[in-house]
Ligand binder design. Sequence first.
Ligand SMILES: Nc1ncnc2c1ncn2[C@@H]1O[C@H](COP(=O)(O)OP(=O)(O)OP(=O)(O)O)[C@@H](O)[C@H]1O
Ligand SMILES: [Mg+2]
Length: 380
Amino acid sequence: MFVRHLTLMDFRSYESADLEFTDGVSTFVGLNGQGKTNIVEAIGYLASLSSHRVAQDAPLVRAGAEQAIVRGAVVRDGREQQVELEINPGKANRARLGKSPVTRPRDVLGALRTVLFAPEDLALVKGDPSERRRFLDDLLVARQPRWAGARGDYDKILKQRNALLKTARTAPDRAAALATLPVWDSHLASVGANLIYARLRLLRDLQPYLRLAYDEVSAGQSDAQITYKSSLYDELADQLAAGEVPEVAELEAGFAKTFEQQHRAEVERGQTLVGPHRDEMVLRLGALPAKGYASHGESWSFALGLRIAAFQLLRHDLGTDPVLVLDDVFAELDAGRRRRLALMVADCEQVLITAAVDDDVPESLTGQQFTVTMGEVRRA
Ligand SMILES: Nc1ncnc2c1ncn2[C@@H]1O[C@H](COP(=O)(O)OP(=O)(O)OP(=O)(O)O)[C@@H](O)[C@H]1O
Ligand SMILES: [Mg+2]
């Protein structure tokens, strides 16, 4: 698929912008701070309802404006569909598909699929576990948008269970305060087991692509892999770390058993200590964990390898290419990595590339070029 048209109103630095793209490669070149990333951020937002740079919506709306609008015309198999988002910080966002409003913004998920690589992705390797959880869960949703619902449900249940545990900690009659805990235990176990199951299957499917992508980017044979480090009880966690994917029912039973073991600690800390929100993805290069061991260049290649692997997996699953966005990636790569990456992405249906210096982008990838100067985007 590809984005043929993009309209921005009061998005980031853009008061209004109307951009036409073709399939193939488009490059956005301009000095720092001119608005290149803002454009690809808008496209990423249209696909995932979240920004790769900020957790809140407020910074996405132009300073002084009330709301931002992002509208894209997406072409898939020759058919065009319009997707529109109205970003209203502090209020409910709204969305349209074609001409019709949808009930919830997340109903537009799937209309546009993107894989976006940006300098922020270094945090996938070097940052907190939450970064890697988000990578996996975002990919889950990109692959099958219905997981957005399960993710939302899980967060709600987790909040309620945490609130209950926190109240119980200081309640005069602890047993009475914990009377409804078993209900939340079973909700959390049921949704949590499904999420973990989906993550494990996703990891299993992603691994082969990751190994290839890392080796292709780095021209090495470093055996890049991901292992799942679970918060479920030890024996089950060991199975998951070994790459086994048990049935959902077994995972659900695993929750019950782990809750028993952790009951006292959970009440003492007033926090849920079991579940997908406490699980970790450990990235490894050969025998060593990437975090804390990999060099800067290796970390960069690993992060890029994860995104390329995600792209390949989605391409394989969807039967169409997601839009590939490479934000500021070439400046960080040595000549060999640049050349190899250029070869890898040459056959993608649409690739959007930003760069401060156009010499950094391999010549074979220049494609349709735009210059970006103070929020003004022109065909070069
Ligand atoms: N909500 C906002 N309202 C107004 N301006 C904003 C808003 N958010 C960001 N900007 C401005 O947008 C500019 C940054 O744009 P962007 O990140 O797209 O730059 P860039 O061209 O990618 O630069 P670099 O080459 O450094 O990555 C900054 O000047 C910033 O002040
Ligand atoms: Mg930028």
